[in-house]
Design a protein around this ligand. Structure first.
Ligand code: UDP
Length: 327
């Protein structure tokens, strides 16, 4: 199979590349290396099945050719990370919306009907007060704190773009709402909690818990995520649908900090930091986030294999090895 991955040097994209190379597929990665990194593709450098283009999805002149070549497209190119979004909402909107429209237009004009995954996010559920979110649940976005919701709004627009193209032109598109994904290659620079906490714990530095730490998240290992995305893309019943992808195991951020300290045998204390100090402005955090995964299971039979503790232990081991190597 020919697989095109936009944002393929990024965190999830590079794991998709690894997954498909291991299956013997040909993989074409396009990435502008803004948040992605060539280091994520280093293990496959020299593999003749991998092709890489450094380009911005908004301007890439190889797009039509690549789309016409592809049997499957994972559209992962996006500006992500709460801090990055707050810093530069203009480029978030351009990349996340115009980029997606450009891809979908190319697919429509390609005269060929590849399987397409469009990445959306659990952020779109916003402040829905339910304990866990199913795909049919309401989108509840507050009108205050507008820029904080830029990411969610752009991804929601992407969802509607995808549904419109799927309906009007019969394209084989699946929209996936990704719930907090973690794993190797994820970096903490843009606010992601797990890589930040792991680095702090391994260096015995204070763990920076934002707010009171009672907010919850459900973390899914990226090596599970890519299996789910692969199955969904190839599942005709999923085309034209939106599907949650994640792991329903939920933990508070304080609990996560304590678990990481324990797994890393660290002496780090927890340091509680106000949202204002953390994000530099009034910030409304989502208090809990857990996916209902019935639709994913029914469509694909998928269940995650990685437990949170297994993932954390693996990431801690990698962080320790990195430091040994540097020393
Ligand atoms: N968070 C934290 N300390 C950090 C980074 C993040 O306590 O150093 C919190 C953040 O406020 C949020 C949770 O961890 O409640 C998850 O944050 P992340 O940015 O990883 O994902 P998202 O907010 O998109 O779920």
């Amino acid at each position: 199979m020919h697989v095109l991955i936009t944002g393929g040097a990024g965190f999830i994209g590079s794991h998709l590349a690894e997954h498909h190379l291991a299956l013997g597929d040909k993989v074409y990665v396009v990435d502008n290396l803004s948040t992605g990194s060539l280091a994520n593709l280093k293990p496959f450098r020299g593999n003749p099945a991998l092709r890489f283009a450094e380009a911005d999805i908004l301007r890439w002149d190889g797009l039509s050719e690549a789309v016409a070549w592809a049997d499957r497209i994972y559209h992962m190119a996006a500006v992500v990370g709460v801090k990055k979004v707050l810093e530069d909402p203009v480029s978030v909107i351009a990349t996340n919306m115009s980029g997606t429209e450009r891809i979908l237009r190319a697919v429509h004009h390609g005269g060929w009907n590849p399987q397409v995954i469009v990445a959306s996010t659990s952020e779109v559920y916003g402040f829905n007060p339910k304990d866990s979110f199913a795909e049919t649940d309401n989108i509840v976005l507050p009108s205050a704190g507008r820029l904080r919701w830029t990411y969610a709004v752009t991804k929601l627009a992407d969802e509607f773009l995808a549904f419109s193209y799927a309906r009007k032109y019969g394209l084989n598109i699946v929209v996936v709402r990704l719930f907090n994904t973690i794993g190797p290659n994820q970096v903490g620079h843009y606010g992601m909690v797990v890589p930040s906490f792991i680095k702090q714990a391994v260096h015995n530095e204070p763990i920076t818990v934002y707010g009171d730490g009672e907010q919850t998240r459900s973390f899914c290992d990226v090596r599970d995520t890519v299996v789910a995305l692969d199955r969904l893309a190839g599942c005709p019943a999923a085309w034209g649908e939106v599907v949650n992808v994640g792991n329903a195991q939920e933990i508070s951020i304080r609990g996560l900090a304590e678990l990481i300290v324990q797994c890393a045998h660290s002496t780090s204390p927890l340091r509680f930091i106000s949202y204002k100090d953390a994000y530099g402005e009034e910030f409304e955090d989502v208090t809990h986030r857990r996916p209902v995964l019935d639709k994913l299971r029914t469509l694909t039979g998928f269940t995650p294999e990685w437990t949170l503790t297994d993932t954390l232990n693996d990431l801690i081991e990698r962080e320790c090895a990195k430091n040994l190597y540097v020393a």
